[in-house]
Design a protein around this ligand. Structure first.
Ligand SMILES: NC(=O)C1=CN([C@@H]2O[C@H](COP(=O)(O)OP(=O)(O)OC[C@H]3O[C@@H](n4cnc5c(N)ncnc54)[C@H](O)[C@@H]3O)[C@@H](O)[C@H]2O)C=CC1
Ligand SMILES: NCC(=O)COP(=O)(O)O
Length: 353
């Protein structure tokens, strides 16, 4: 793999300026040597970053740059590419006026990767409600990034959320939807499309030759033969059988309560779960500070820390930047793996979303 400093930088979005995105970004840059972090620049309002550093009481040099200048600056200062959108939000107090910059950062980050100025997108957490209140049409990054990937293929991609940490990777088949909507959204087609994306990206992006996909049931005891719900036998089991018929190493449905203990986790590479919390509760419980949110199914690489905006500790200096550090490292590894493949140095095929 090309480990030289000439590899393209990562682009990191500021996220919600009232949250801990600025805190963990500053802390990650300060620990760049100690933690061996890849080169990145932050798409942000520089004044927000300076105010936050002052508030936390850390002396971080910040330089406003273009993406092309970021790598040369990274060693001496946090490179910040200026957003048009400004924010005057205080830590813990989100403002509607910040929404423009938050959305702009995500869209510009994707544009930078498409233009070849950045190797991959890493996002800081956003406050979904603040954005939706300001008219944003997407429930989260994952769905918005699927829409933005139309720039590559002319049509939006079907993004798949995966939380990946030491000892557990888990995908929710349905994402940001009310729990009451889940049974109606679970179809064989949805599960098959999700299973295919997991299988392809695990092979191509993560280099796992035949990924083992453990499929969770929806109901207690995976329905207990139909006496505790019908979706497991009527929808999930047929989808698993069809994935197997395509040569995908999927199995289940498994009883959800017994598939996440350590011994059970050793039997699979990815858990395909039926809803958001079924996937995110175990991943965040097993390794909150090291787990990374990765979006599969996109024509570019995107990672994110697993945590949210943590308004309760924004600006206090208490935020742990470990998950952001893990997200930066994983994005860099995936991008280098892809670059190596494109240069003909690996036997994995290119992801075509
Ligand atoms: N990728 C993203 O954009 C994500 C955004 N969110 C958003 O974040 C907002 C708040 O969500 P919550 O459920 O409260 O989760 P949260 O992760 O922001 O906070 C939950 C608890 O964990 C603590 N915590 C979180 N990250 C921490 C860190 N790095 N170091 C130390 N302590 C930390 C917080 O202080 C809080 O007590 C919501 O608006 C949600 O939509 C949540 C998850 C991911
Ligand atoms: N709880 C995880 C989460 O909401 C992250 O979503 P996204 O913004 O990465 O789509």
């Amino acid at each position: 793999m090309d480990r030289s400093n000439t590899f393209r930088p990562l682009v990191l979005t500021m996220g919600e300026p009232a949250g801990i995105g600025p805190d963990v970004t500053l802390a990650a840059w300060a620990a760049r040597h100690e933690r061996g972090l890849p080169v990145f620049y932050c798409l942000a309002d520089p004044d927000t970053m300076r105010r936050r550093a002052e508030r936390i009481g850390i002396d971080i040099p910040i330089e406003v740059v273009t993406p092309a200048e970021a790598a040369a600056v990274f060693d001496r200062a946090l490179p910040v590419v200026r957003l048009e959108g400004r924010s005057s939000a205080e830590p813990g107090l989100p403002e509607r006026a910040s929404a423009h910059g938050v959305i702009e950062a995500i869209a510009r980050a994707v544009g930078d990767v498409r233009a070849g100025s950045a190797a991959a997108v890493v996002t800081n957490p956003i406050n979904k409600k603040a954005l939706v209140d300001a008219g944003f049409q997407h429930p989260g990054h994952t769905e918005f990034l699927g829409m933005l990937s139309a720039a590559w293929n002319g049509a939006p991609a079907r993004p798949v959320m995966m939380l990946a940490g030491p000892g557990l990777r888990a995908v929710p088949a349905t994402i940001h939807v009310p729990i009451s909507a889940v049974p109606g959204l679970l179809t064989e087609n949805l599960l098959m499309a999700t299973g295919r994306t997991i299988d392809r990206d695990m092979r191509q992006r993560f280099g796992i030759p035949r990924p083992r996909i453990a499929v969770a049931g929806l109901n207690p005891h995976a329905g207990e033969g139909g006496v505790m719900g019908t979706e497991d036998a009527a929808v999930i089991a047929p989808a698993v059988a069809r994935l197997q018929a395509e040569g995908i190493n999927a199995f289940g449905p498994l009883a959800p309560d017994t598939m996440f203990h350590a011994e059970a986790r050793a039997r699979y590479d990815v858990a395909l779960c039926m809803y958001h919390d079924q996937a995110l509760i175990p991943t965040k419980t097993v390794a909150f500070s090291e787990t990374v949110n990765v979006t599969l199914g996109l024509p570019f690489i995107r990672t994110s820390p697993d945590h949210g905006t943590a308004f309760d500790i924004a600006g206090t200096g208490k935020a742990d930047f470990s998950s952001l550090a893990a997200a930066l490292r994983l994005a860099d590894e995936l991008a280098r793996h892809e670059a190596d493949h494109l240069a003909g140095n690996t036997d994995s095929a290119r992801l075509s979303a």
